[in-house]
Design a binder for this molecule. Structure first.
Ligand SMILES: Cc1cc2nc3c(=O)[nH]c(=O)nc-3n(C[C@H](O)[C@H](O)[C@H](O)COP(=O)(O)OP(=O)(O)OC[C@H]3O[C@@H](n4cnc5c(N)ncnc54)[C@H](O)[C@@H]3O)c2cc1C
Length: 479
């Protein structure tokens, strides 16, 4: 029995137009996955053009009691945009306009389907930029960034998406449109913008976003520090912090990763090193020049074997090209990979890398590391071959093992990729029952019927792998 009755389909065609609705199996196939390892096919994908259309779509879905999932670019890494219960997917690809760029106020108002990097490209000629820069920024959308509270290499100094979103326009699952915040900071009342940013598309669909724009710094220096030991690279982060310096980015690539990246991008990374740190400093010229020297001292104190400062914008761009195209580089080497997103206190980075190495040996899987070291946000990438029976499960177990370790040292199960369907059962290891109950009650205020992005974020009490299985089996599986 199809979940989308022909009357509902006709209503959606009337709202979004014939070209705004997909329901042929060959089209739906493209919407059954995101950047993670889970799958689940929607019964219909609808592409609204305006807020009014989103509201009408959600009102129609409510009447038919159909589950709804929002989708940006589908680059999410925790299964957030996977329709576990089938039903309706609302894809924001046609709501991709910048509505207002207000440089005197340093604000922009954009639709949710705008691609992250396009905001910076639009204001770059006037020497402004949008700070949150996920490595997927050429593809991911601002709606997806808001839902996941996305981060990126430069969040060490600038903060994550929530620090750059001042207001939202949203639609609740019953079709009610409401606004939060505004162009001015610190609006009175409850901070609904803060609550909804990072709510993983489980409370409301976002139809407009007010973002903060920032002035480009006077000087940027990008540094490559090269190490013969993973742990030494890890220790450097604490050495830099001890000197009272906050670089805008401290990214680490281990030996396995930098060899894959170098072969794919020829960015100039050393093929024989155990690890490198990509460090970026920004600010006023005199301050940055002084900090470069202090960072050099910190790196050498942690036994860096070489310390290079990019001499031109070209060299700097090449180093970042290597970092930002890393996942693509992994794809050239392994048919499947599974990215994790645990956070540990900075002082625990070296020890955590050692633990991950042990997990790699225990599970017999290659694990390489590329991560936002300055934030302690680890991204172990587990290589596996899903065509070999049992290897996907092994990779998932290895990922869970690492995340449980992160919790045990005072960290967290996600720094930026969200909980989604991937890590929801681990939420009960991170939070008390009382805290989770408070979250459930908040969700119910916005979505009392539990139809918006069901089977995400909040734990059910079943094991992660046990609950994940039905979604992998495919189309329209009712959760
Ligand atoms: C190569 C690669 C590198 C990455 N690097 C980073 C990184 O550095 N930092 C980082 O934080 N993430 C990173 N990610 C993860 C991912 O890009 C981010 O989570 C991003 O924010 C997802 O945006 P999206 O448009 O693809 O959203 P989708 O994957 O389509 O959706 C993600 C979630 O957002 C919800 N959603 C989408 N649009 C809306 C809306 N309008 N209203 C309400 N909910 C909505 C969906 O329901 C889903 O729950 C990376 C991913 C890849 C593949």
């Amino acid at each position: 029995m199809p979940m989308i009755a022909s009357e509902l389909k006709q209503r959606l065609v009337d709202i979004a137009g014939g070209r705004g609705v997909l329901d042929r199996p060959e089209d739906l196939l493209l919407y059954e996955y995101d950047g993670g390892v889970d799958k689940g096919r929607p019964d219909l994908v609808v592409f609204p053009r305006t807020t009014a259309e989103v509201a009408a779509i959600l009102a129609a879905a409510k009447e038919s009691r159909v589950p709804v999932v929002g989708r940006g670019a589908g680059t999410g890494l925790s299964g957030g945009a996977i329709p576990r219960a089938g039903g309706l997917m609302v894809a924001f690809a046609r709501m991709n306009r910048m509505l207002d760029i207000d440089l005197p106020s340093e604000r922009a108002v954009v639709q949710p389907g705008v691609v992250n990097l396009d905001i910076t490209l639009a204001v770059q000629p006037q020497k402004y930029f949008f700070a949150p820069d996920p490595s997927s920024q050429k593809a991911c959308t601002i709606g997806g960034n808001v839902a996941e509270n996305a981060g990126g290499p430069h969040t060490l100094a600038y903060g994550v998406t929530t620090n750059h979103v001042l207001g939202l326009e949203c639609v609740t699952p019953d079709g009610t449109v409401f606004n939060t915040g505004g162009k001015e900071p610190d609006h009175p009342g409850y901070d609904l913008t803060g609550l909804l940013t990072g709510s993983e598309g489980t409370m409301a669909l976002v139809t407009k976003v007010i973002v903060r724009l920032m002035r480009q710094p006077e000087m940027v220096k990008t540094i490559l520090a090269i190490y013969d030991s993973n742990e030494d690279a890890g220790d450097t982060v604490a050495e830099i912090t001890a000197r009272g310096i906050t670089p805008v980015a401290v990214e680490m690539l281990d030996g396995v990763m930098l060899r894959m990246v170098e072969e794919a991008t020829h960015a100039g990374y050393p093929m024989d090193a155990a690890a490198v740190l990509l460090i970026e400093l920004e600010g006023l010229k005199e301050a940055v020049e002084e900090q470069v020297e202090q960072v050099r001292e910190a790196c050498l104190a942690s036994r860096a074997r070489e310390f290079r400062v990019a001499r031109s914008t070209g060299e700097r761009d090449l180093l970042w090209k290597g970092r930002k195209n890393a996942f693509g580089a992994v794809g050239r080497v392994s048919p499947f990979y599974y990215v994790q997103d645990g956070v540990v206190p900075r002082m625990q980075i070296a020890r955590t890398l050692h633990y991950i190495n042990g997990v790699s040996k225990r599970y017999g899987l290659t694990i390489s590391n590329i991560f936002h070291a300055g934030d302690g946000n680890m991204h172990p990438i587990i290589l596996f071959d899903a065509r070999k029976p049992g290897e996907l499960k092994q990779a998932q177990r290895a990922g869970e093992d690492i995340l449980e370790y992160c919790i045990s040292v005072g960290g967290s199960i996600t720094g930026e990729h969200g909980v989604g369907m991937e890590k929801m059962e681990l939420m009960s290891k991170q939070f008390s029952g009382e805290t989770l109950d408070m979250m459930r009650r908040l969700k119910a205020l916005f979505d009392p019927e539990g139809r918006l992005n069901p089977g995400k974020l909040l734990p059910t009490g079943k094991g992660c792998i046990e609950i994940r299985q039905p979604a992998i089996t495919g189309a329209g599986t009712v959760y």
